[in-house]
Design a protein around this ligand. Structure first.
Ligand code: UGA
Length: 439
């Protein structure tokens, strides 16, 4: 919404939320999320044509276009528990829009939702005796965290799904006008509602599938002496395959991939497409396997016991340039290392507050330390889980000197200079490459 406001000075954009605390933060200089480039843009537009408010009912009534951007987590109870999407917030929002709208509205699905959710939205909005007309559009969001501003300012594509009716097409054109303020026309794609809803799930499923695929190859590389970085480069240079999303790692995280694939799996099961459900579910199972494999590699390398050993964990966010830790592989990995009775010093430039919350049930064995040099004091090993750029610039000789010997480093992202680390004296365990060991 910040980018829409900054690119469309002729539109008034108001962001509403039931959380007063969050809205207050959006109205301050300490935004509730860390996203490079966002604060500058908020400061430029806020108070001019960008507003943050808790007056939901009034703002519903005043708006011509309403973007529904509420949480759609995986349902953890009852029918479909663990896979289906919990639609309660979507439904509550639809009811609230219906109660407060006194003029016709375009309601845009921005949240990621199951296919045919627009039908449910339309039924709720058009129920009862409200004479207001609602037109539902699907406009899924493809931006990624950490690069959100860039992705939004220069998107690969903007997708708008609508009903193929005169009013549906008219609403679609109104939304297209918003994006045409800065997005070239050829990057705007229009489809029917269901294709648009499904494309969002499929995009995330394909991206996650590439990561699981390359992670399976990493395992093969480790036992055969091949190098996963070389393999992914060779494979990715085929223009039909492409180079992106072929970096092996400790597993994908974030609030979307697991949730969206499980949503797709649930959809397949609902339509009794069981083989197809199993295919996609395997992407998630392999991700779980990859996180566990990272833990096992640490355990095996460190003489099959971590009891009483100190490990410095470099990075807790699910990816760099964000403080977000939702579904971060670090959560699973740290819990497993603690189960093995290791002591953890966790460090991260932006995610320590969230890390503390994620591990709040753990009573002992874990410290959260801002300074990486302090985190490695007396450590037996380092586990790098998030590829923050700053980790490349550290003085690893100084780090080596502070650590117990033999010193281990497990580079879960193939982010560091392994040869240089080995020469300093580290035993280096990359992902998908043979280890460089002095032992
Ligand atoms: C993802 C999609 O990339 C966005 O297009 C989509 O809009 C978004 O979900 C969403 O549905 O909201 P995001 O989760 O922010 O974006 O981050 P990604 O860059 O996709 O990374 C996800 C995870 O995959 C991270 O844990 C990252 O470390 C991991 N990853 C990514 C790899 O392990 N290897 C890779 O080559 C790329």
């Amino acid at each position: 919404m910040t980018i829409i406001a900054s690119k469309c000075p002729d539109y008034k954009v108001t962001v509403v939320d039931i959380s007063e605390e969050r809205i207050n933060a959006w109205n301050s200089d300490e935004l509730p999320i860390f996203e490079p480039g966002l604060l500058e843009r908020v400061l430029k537009a806020r108070g001019k044509n960008l507003f943050f408010s808790t007056e939901i009912d009034r703002c519903i009534d005043e708006a011509d276009i309403i973007f529904v951007s509420v949480n759609t987590p995986t349902k953890m109870f009852g029918e479909g528990a663990g896979k289906a999407v919990d639609l309660q917030f979507i439904e509550q929002t639809a009811r609230r829009i219906k109660e407060n709208a006194k003029s016709n509205k375009i309601v845009v699905e921005k949240s990621t939702i199951p296919v045919r959710a627009a039908e449910t939205l339309a039924k709720i909005l058009h129920s009862g005796n409200n004479s207001v007309q609602f037109e539902i559009l699907s406009n899924p969001e493809f931006m990624a965290e950490g690069t959100g501003v860039r992705d939004m300012e220069a998107p690969d594509r903007i997708l708008i799904g609508s009903m193929d009716t005169p009013s549906g097409l008219a609403a679609r054109n109104i939304l297209m006008d918003v994006y045409l303020h800065w997005v070239p026309k050829e990057r705007l794609i229009t489809t029917n509602l269901w294709s648009s809803e499904l494309s969002k799930l499929v995009s995330n499923a394909f991206l996650a599938q590439r990561i699981s695929s390359i992670n399976t190859i990493a395992s093969i590389c480790e036992v055969t002496g091949a190098d996963v970085t070389e393999v992914s480069r060779a494979v990715g240079m085929d223009s039909r395959i492409g180079a992106k999303f072929l970096n092996a790692g400790p597993g994908f995280g974030g609030s979307c991939f697991r949730k969206d694939i499980l949503n797709l799996v649930y959809l397949c099961e609902y339509y009794q497409l069981n083989e197809i459900a199993a295919f996609w579910e395997q992407v998630v199972s392999l991700n779980d396997y990859q996180m566990e494999r990272f833990v096992k590699r640490i355990l095996q390398a460190m003489f099959n016991t971590l009891v009483g050993k100190k490990l410095a964990v470099f990075g807790f966010a699910f990816k760099p340039d964000t403080g977000d830790t939702r579904d971060a592989p670090a959560i699973y990995i740290c819990k497993r290392l603690l189960e093995e009775k290791a002591f953890l010093n966790i460090t991260d430039p932006h995610a320590l507050n969230n890390a503390r919350k994620d591990l709040q049930d753990i009573e002992e064995g874990v410290d959260f330390i801002e300074d990486p040099y302090q985190a490695v004091e007396g450590a037996h090993g380092i586990a790098l889980i998030t590829e923050w750029d700053s980790y490349k610039k550290l003085d690893y000789q100084k780090i080596f000197d502070k650590m117990e010997k033999p010193a281990f480093i497990f580079d879960g992202r193939n982010h560091l200079d392994h040869k240089a680390l080995y020469e300093i004296g580290f035993n280096v365990y990359p992902i998908g490459k043979p280890a460089l060991k002095h032992l």
